[in-house]
Design a protein around this ligand. Structure first.
Ligand code: FAD
Length: 319
C-alpha cells in the first residue's frame, strides 16, 4: 500500500517529490525505478518529525547518499527515501571545539569536498578516500576505504538519528568499523567529526595525487557502476581473497547479460554501458550468473557489497 505522503510531510520544512526516479537520476548505475516519495528535509527537526511519523505509520524509510553503492530494482522501492542534500546537512567546518585538527561534516556532505577542504587546511587523514564517490553518511555506513585506509580510521564521533527521531552522539570507541561495514545501529547519520593530523600541505597533496592515480589506473572510474559489486570473501583458512581475482580466474571478464557487463578492466566492477536503455534486472541477473560461475569454478561463495533496494523488501531500510 502506498504511504499517505501528504500526511507524513504535512507542515514539514522539507521538499517532497512523489514517484521520484531515484534509480536513474540518483545512482551511479543510472538504472532502476522510482521511490514512492523522496523527501529532502531542510532541518534536523523536520527529519526527526518525518522519521517519527513514518515509524508510527510503519512506513519504510531509506537513506540515499550519493548512490555510489546502490542498485534500485526496476520496479522501484516503496515508502520514503530521505536525501540529505540541503545546506544544513552538507556543511563542513575545519576546526571545531577549539581544535584545529577536528573536522565536522554533515551526513550529506560530499566526501571529496570535505577531503579537499582538509588538505587545503594542511590536515592529513582523509586522503585514502580519494576517488571514492560518497557522501559522509554513505561512507561511514559502508566504512568506505581500500588499501590505503578506511574512513573509520579517522572518525572521532558520529551523530546518529535513530528511527524514532531521537539523536545520539556515538564516540568512535562505541563503533566497530570492520571491512566495508560497521555495527552502528539503524538510523540516519546526520553529522560526523574526523580527527586529522596536521602536517605540511605539499606532501599531503602529493599523497592524494598518488592515491588518485592508483585508483584511476586500476578501476574504471567513469563507468556506470557501484564500484566493487562483491565483498572480498574469507576462505575457510581465514584468508581474505580478492573477489575480482576469483571472477577473473573464472574467465568472466567481459561477460554480458542483456544491458549489463562485467568490466573487462576490473572484474569486480559490473556496469551498464548505456544507462538510458539499461535495466537493473540485467545487473541482478549478471550478479547471479557471476555467483554461480565462481562457485562452480572456484568453490567460493560471493556476496554482494552493493546495497540493493527492492519494493516490498526492507533490506537496507532503517525501519
Ligand atoms: C567508481 C566507484 C569507485 C568506488 N570505489 C570504492 C572504494 O575504493 N572503496 C569503497 O569502500 N567503496 C567504493 N565505491 C563504493 C561507494 O563509493 C562507497 O560505498 C560509498 O561509501 C557510498 O556512499 P554513498 O553516499 O554513495 O552511499 P549510497 O550508495 O547512497 O548508500 C549506501 C548505503 O549507505 C546508506 N546511507 C547513505 N547515507 C546515509 C546516511 N546519511 N545515514 C545512514 N545511512 C546512509 C544507504 O542507505 C545505503 O545503505 C566506489 C563506487 C564507485 C561508483
Amino acid at each position: 500500500m502506498r504511504p499517505d505522503v501528504e500526511r507524513l510531510c504535512a507542515d514539514l520544512d522539507a521538499e517532497l517529490t512523489r514517484d521520484a526516479p531515484i534509480g536513474r537520476e540518483h545512482t551511479w548505475f543510472g538504472v532502476g525505478g522510482p521511490c514512492d516519495a523522496l523527501v529532502r528535509p531542510r532541518t534536523e527537526h523536520a527529519l526527526s518529525t518525518l522519521l517519527r511519523r513514518c515509524a508510527d505509520a510503519d512506513v519504510p524509510v531509506r537513506v540515499l547518499g550519493d548512490g555510489a553503492n546502490l542498485l534500485v530494482a526496476d520496479e522501484g522501492v516503496d515508502g520514503v527515501v530521505v536525501k540529505l542534500d540541503q545546506p544544513v546537512f552538507e556543511a563542513c567546518t575545519i576546526g571545531v571545539d577549539g581544535r584545529a585538527d577536528l573536522v565536522r561534516a554533515g551526513g550529506g556532505a560530499d566526501l571529496a569536498k570535505v577531503m579537499h577542504a582538509s588538505v587545503r587546511a594542511a590536515l592529513d587523514g582523509l586522503c585514502p578516500m580519494a576517488g571514492i564517490p560518497a557522501t559522509v553518511g554513505g561512507a561511514l555506513r559502508m566504512n568506505a576505504g581500500g588499501r590505503f585506509g578506511a574512513i573509520g580510521d579517522v572518525t572521532a564521533c558520529v551523530r546518529l538519528m535513530r528511527p524514532n527521531g531521537v539523536t545520539e552522539e556515538l564516540p568512535a570507541s562505541a563503533i566497530r568499523f570492520d571491512y566495508r561495514q560497521t555495527n552502528m545501529p539503524r538510523g540516519v547519520i546526520v553529522r560526523a567529526d574526523f580527527q586529522l593530523q596536521p602536517g605540511d600541505q605539499e606532501p599531503i597533496r602529493t599523497r592524494l595525487k598518488e592515491i588518485m592515480a592508483y585508483k584511476s589506473g586500476s578501476q574504471p572510474m567513469a563507468a556506470h557502476s557501484a564500484g566493487c559489486m562483491f565483498r572480498n570473501p574469507t576462505l575457510p583458512s581465514g584468508e581474505r581473497v580478492s573477489a575480482g581475482m576469483l571472477i577473473d580466474r573464472s574467465g568472466l571478464k567481459g561477460l554480458v547479460e542483456g544491458t549489463a557487463t562485467v568490466s573487462p578492466e576490473h572484474a569486480n566492477f559490473l556496469f551498464v554501458p548505456e544507462p538510458r536503455t539499461g535495466r537493473a534486472t540485467d545487473v541482478l541477473r549478471l550478479v547471479e550468473r557471476v555467483i554461480d560461475r565462481v562457485r562452480e569454478a572456484q568453490g567460493v561463495e560471493l556476496h554482494t557489497e552493493v546495497v540493493i533496494w527492492r519494493r516490498g523488501d526492507r533490506t537496507g531500510a532503517i525501519q
